[in-house]
Design a protein. Structure first.
Length: 302
């Protein structure tokens, strides 16, 4: 995506404002899904009705600590609500991590990926907790640290766990990197070129991501196709990757809109005793620009 620079819009700076709810009566005509949005028993332990009387429901019925967000704008930026309300706590996490990434580096490179388990994989203890996604980030950080980069990769992330009609969960992930260190995924095909004999064995970013997930699921490399998907634009079918400078508010908002999909309440296994959304917590140093120092960093520094 081409970089487009723009000044930050009012209310969209790095400061997170106090939470606010509009207490106006619900207008179901403006929310087409409001009267029909329900979960099956498999998805949740109870039906989630989006209203309480004539007002929007403020809290998730399975976890009152989770605040529901029905509106199209969050901190002055558009968000996706076509699949029902979002969870405000998750939006807060998303905005925090994105702001930390752009504060830390003069350029940011971001990608959206989906991680899935093989259908033939037996359900195990790996699936009833979030040990899999934790191991993925450990593996990926190890892979990135092997690259001879001029600047630190400074990986940050937000992930969301979802489960619909499968006996296994899947993960939606936003990855953010120092854009001075990493700028492209490389080819998505299993074999980087015609001379390659091993699947996903190249030194490209995408192949490293696949190998990191391969180390979690324990599947043969040649059978990893379809388990690590890079999100694409629904209209153009182009890969959803984002390059932006720290003061490029336009692309920042485009990324926030695309990544807000992770924050939807729909298909989140809220009542199953596992976290459904988390983000990296490393604090950002002062903006360092391209001269970010030597490329040496430990495991996420968290």
């Amino acid at each position: 995506m081409a970089t487009r620079c723009g000044a930050p819009s009012p209310g969209c700076g790095l400061t997170l404002h106090p939470f606010h709810y509009d207490t106006a009566p619900l207008n179901t005509a403006s929310v087409p899904w409001a009267s029909a949005w329900v979960f099956t028993k498999r998805q949740m332990t109870m039906t989630l009705k989006p209203t309480v009387g004539q007002r929007y429901r403020k809290r998730h019925p399975d976890n009152p600590h989770l605040r529901l967000w029905f509106y199209l704008i969050y901190h002055g930026m558009q968000v996706q609500t076509s699949r029902g309300p979002l969870i405000e706590n998750y939006l807060y996490t998303l905005l925090r991590v994105m702001n930390q990434a752009r504060r830390a580096n003069s350029r940011t490179y971001a990608i959206r990926i989906d991680l899935r388990f093989p259908e033939a994989m037996l359900v195990s203890s790996l699936l009833v907790s979030n040990a899999a996604i934790s191991q993925f980030f450990t593996n990926l950080c190890w892979e990135l640290n092997l690259i001879n980069l001029k600047y630190p990769h400074d990986m940050r992330y937000v992930w969301a766990r979802e489960q619909k009609n499968s006996d296994k969960p899947h993960y939606h992930v936003l990855l953010l990197f120092n854009g001075n260190a990493l700028q492209s995924l490389g080819p998505l095909s299993p074999y980087a070129d015609k001379s390659a004999t091993e699947a996903y064995a190249a030194d490209t970013l995408y192949h490293r991501i696949v190998r990191a997930w391969e180390g979690v699921v324990g599947w043969p490399a040649e059978q990893m196709g379809g388990l690590v998907n890079v999100s694409r634009d629904k209209l153009t079918k182009e890969l959803l990757t984002f390059h932006f400078h720290h003061d490029d508010q336009t692309t920042f908002e485009e990324l926030f809109y695309a990544a807000s999909y992770l924050c939807k309440a729909h298909t989140k296994p809220i009542a199953q005793g596992v976290h459904c959304c988390e983000g990296s917590r490393r604090q950002s140093p002062p903006l360092s620009g391209a001269a970010a120092g030597p490329a040496s960093q430990g495991l996420l520094g968290e």
